[in-house]
Design a protein around this ligand. Structure first.
Ligand code: OGA
Ligand code: MN
Length: 213
């Protein structure tokens, strides 16, 4: 006999085919690429929020692990970042987290992922910058389970602009253009990846991690 609660859960299940796709892809290949995860209006609002923050507060040069040598850092990654504090966010950022939070709830409910914490930052890669092949985990901290990148570039980001996210998979490499609204999610401890040199324009994104306790 199906009790009412179970019926509700099945309905809930059926109502989230997008999240189901993400979970299936994560289980099968340890990554998922979702185009139009954010719609055009959301991307414009988030891009404006990024640019406004960049103009007013400014971003800081990203660092690599615990190193403090700027030259070494620059030879590994060249992006500028600004962490997002979820307790003081703009309307656009609220929309961003609404979707992320429902994904987290879904992951925890259906996969017992134990996601307990998250951290997100804006990222800006000026022309000429890149991020060499790496894993998103620190030697002394393995709480990062899933990496998420959402791209906020202008509507057409031609191939000539470069800045692809390259995923190193067991039998192939996958080059993903940073298309607006596209969301890439992957297992932080498993998938090595790299950001290819940006050849023109600025490459804009929000990047973050879902973490366990
Ligand atoms: C990172 C990263 C990928 C991207 O910030 O750790 O790998 O596509 N970003 O911006
Ligand atoms: Mn990374």
């Amino acid at each position: 006999m199906i009790i009412e609660q179970e019926l509700f859960e099945q309905l809930d299940f059926a109502e989230n085919p997008l999240f189901e796709t993400i979970i299936t892809n994560l289980l099968e290949q340890k990554f998922a690429v979702i185009d139009h995860f954010y719609d055009e209006a959301e991307v414009v609002a988030l891009r404006n929020a990024l640019l406004e923050r960049h103009r007013t507060i400014g971003f800081k040069k990203s660092a690599v692990g615990n190193w403090t040598n700027e030259e070494i850092d620059k030879s590994i990654r060249g992006d500028f970042i600004s962490w997002i504090d979820e307790s003081k966010i703009t309307l656009a950022e609220e929309l961003f987290f609404k979707k992320i939070n429902s994904l987290v709830t879904y992951l925890n409910k259906t996969c017992f992922m134990g996601i307990f914490q998250k951290e997100f930052h804006y990222a800006l890669y000026p022309t000429g910058t890149f991020y060499k092949r790496h894993l998103d985990t620190f030697a002394n901290d393995d709480r990062r389970k899933l990496s998420i990148v959402c791209y906020l570039n202008e509507a057409n980001w031609p191939k000539e602009n470069g800045g692809e996210l390259t995923l190193y998979l067991p039998n192939e490499t996958l080059d993903l253009l940073p298309l607006p609204g596209r969301m890439v999610i992957f297992e932080s401890q498993v998938i090595e990846h790299e950001v290819k040199p940006v050849k023109a324009s600025e490459r804009l994104s929000i990047t973050g991690w879902l973490k366990t306790r």
